[in-house]
Design a protein. Structure first.
Length: 563
């Protein structure tokens, strides 16, 4: 009994050791798997993070792992955080720029949400901020910029930040990619000997003219005839055609802060990131001209203004008028004032009623519906077409600008009659009249109103009344119309044509005339009663032969009886 108990205990111990080893191997294997990143560097361990909830949504992808350096370039199955940059100094303000790439499918209603866990480095009064982006095409890079505030008690060290990408997937569900964990490190305040840069701000935007604002405090004694000079170290942001720009201050008191604004032109090929500038101050003190040291700082321009289409539909058809409609979204980063969508496409078979559609002022992330009416000629081919459009708008300075070309794919369908006409009762006896009944169906995609049907015939037919009226027909709706048709008494039995067309009103009030339809009218000889009707059915030669044979029979019978 004791030997059996020992053997059973030994088996239990062996099984337990195997289970513990298997679990340890699984844990080691799971810890060795890291998410994909674009730059592979030494790993820096971070404390585990939870998946926060924003507006009741849960994250779709697991958190990324911190990698060395000050910036994490992490990824999920749908989006990649390509780069981050900031120029915010301690006890000052600056910009935070994030560049993502969509490595999945095209999505809509996209936005980027960023959060700071530390109140000493935040987004103005809040520790979170959000930017709307609208539609985000697969493979496209997008840069978002946030204003960043760094308190005076902040340290020059890395602060972990967290970002999410929220969007509507192709199946209509709301999704969230992330979180993306990255570092933000404030810089030391820029010291220019007896001056100090306390604030750097910019509203520069790719492809437009903007302003760089630099606030400098005089931390030394009073000076006069000061000149503050900015010099661009790049080709993307310049002061018109020049790299340098200066401003003059006659009297600059001790502890006084002055903000200097410089107009810069940003090229279209500006990408996300920080662009270097050099600042210096020359001044008059103690009767001699002196110059401060030169220091470099970065400017983070906003990306180029962009717009996107969604839900574009077409009712275009060969030989008919149709519409192209959809939604245009201002993807930002700025407000587009007095926006107008302009149709550029030129074609010998497309004839737009109007080429401009007024959208009004579009805030960043705002969408507006548009609609163009287009006539398609009879010579057009059915199939897909690409329309070219652009947005004309005004920026914050009132300058008139135009977007890059936008394209929309539309389908031109094959030619189709507006109505389907089917004969119901179309027989008329020669020498009489009858009600001819036709079934008509609205074969159009629109509701048609005030449908006036007119019919026409030639001899030997005639019409007592050639008009029928239908108040309204919805798409695929059917109704019957009737005309009284007469056939001449001498009309031969056969089929004769009745032609028909329709004048109708479209939903926008336009009067249109349909093509001509041709229907068969069958003329038959009238039926007669009694003997005449029977005789009409017998061939006369046969009748004569029968009568003759009858007479011969009667004569033969009479002769036999007489004998």
């Amino acid at each position: 009994m004791t030997r059996r108990t020992s053997r059973r205990s030994f088996v239990v111990v062996v099984v337990a050791l195997l289970l513990v080893s298997s679990a340890a191997f699984a844990v080691a294997e799971s810890e060795s798997v890291a998410p994909r990143v674009e730059q592979q560097t030494a790993t820096t361990d971070l404390p585990p993070t939870s998946s926060p909830t924003i507006d009741g949504e849960t994250t779709r992808s697991p958190p990324t792992t911190q990698r060395g350096g000050t910036t994490l370039t992490g990824s999920t199955s749908d989006f990649v955080l390509v780069s981050t940059s900031t120029n915010a100094p301690v006890d000052g303000t600056g910009s935070l720029s994030l560049t993502f790439r969509n490595v999945g499918e095209t999505v809509s209603n996209a936005s980027v949400v960023v959060q700071s866990p530390n109140e000493s480095v935040r987004f103005g009064p809040s520790q979170s901020a959000r930017r709307s982006l609208g539609e985000w095409v697969g493979g496209e890079r997008r840069t978002v910029t946030f204003d960043l505030l760094v308190e005076e008690f902040a340290e020059v060290r890395t602060y972990p930040f967290m970002a999410f990408v929220r969007y509507t997937a192709a199946n209509g569900t709301r999704q969230r990619a992330g979180p993306y964990i990255f570092d933000v490190q404030p810089s030391q305040r820029i010291q220019l000997d007896r001056f100090e840069v306390t604030r750097i701000a910019s509203d520069a935007q790719a492809g437009e003219t903007g302003t760089i604002s630099v606030t400098i405090e005089n931390t030394g004694p009073d000076v006069r005839d000061a000149v503050v000079t900015l010099r661009s170290l790049n080709d993307q942001l310049r002061f018109g055609r020049r790299r340098n720009a200066s401003q003059f201050v006659g009297e600059w008191s001790s502890s006084e802060s002055i903000t200097f604004d410089y107009r810069v032109r940003t090229s279209n090929d500006t990408l996300g990131g920080s662009y270097p500038f050099v600042v210096s101050v020359s001044y008059l003190a103690n009767g001699s001209r002196q110059r401060s040291t030169s220091k470099v700082f970065g400017v983070v321009p906003a990306p180029e203004q962009s717009f996107a289409f969604s839900n574009v539909t077409s009712t275009l058809r060969v030989g008919d008028e149709g519409t192209v409609s959809g939604t245009l979204t201002n993807q930002g980063p700025a407000v587009a004032r007095d926006a107008v969508l302009v149709l550029r496409s030129r074609s010998d078979t497309f004839f737009p009623r109007e080429r401009e559609y007024a959208l009004g002022t579009l805030e960043r992330g705002q969408s507006e519906r548009f609609r163009f009416r287009i006539d398609v000629s009879d010579s057009a081919d059915r199939g897909p077409r690409q329309l070219s459009l652009f947005v004309r708008y005004r920026n914050r300075d009132g300058d008139s600008l135009r977007s890059d070309p936008l394209t929309a794919q539309v389908l031109v369908r094959e030619r189709r009659d507006e109505f389907v006409v089917e004969p119901i009762r179309v027989t008329v006896e020669a020498g009489s009249s009858a009600e001819v009944t036709l079934r008509i169906t609205n074969n159009d995609d629109r509701i048609l109103r005030s449908i006036d049907a007119r019919s026409f015939v030639d001899s030997p037919l005639s019409l007592d009344d050639n008009q029928a009226f239908v108040t309204r027909l919805a798409p695929n709706e059917t109704t019957n119309i009737s005309f009284r048709v007469s056939a001449d008494a001498g009309a031969l039995a056969g089929t004769y044509p009745l032609t028909l067309d329709f004048q109708y009103e479209t939903p926008d009030g336009e009067k249109r005339l349909s093509d001509t339809y041709e229907l068969p009218i069958r003329v038959v000889q009238p039926e007669r009663d009694g003997l005449f009707s029977f005789l009409e059915t017998i061939d006369l030669p046969i009748l004569g032969a029968a009568v003759l044979l009858g007479l011969v029979a009667v004569v033969l019978v009479a002769i036999r009886r007489w004998r």
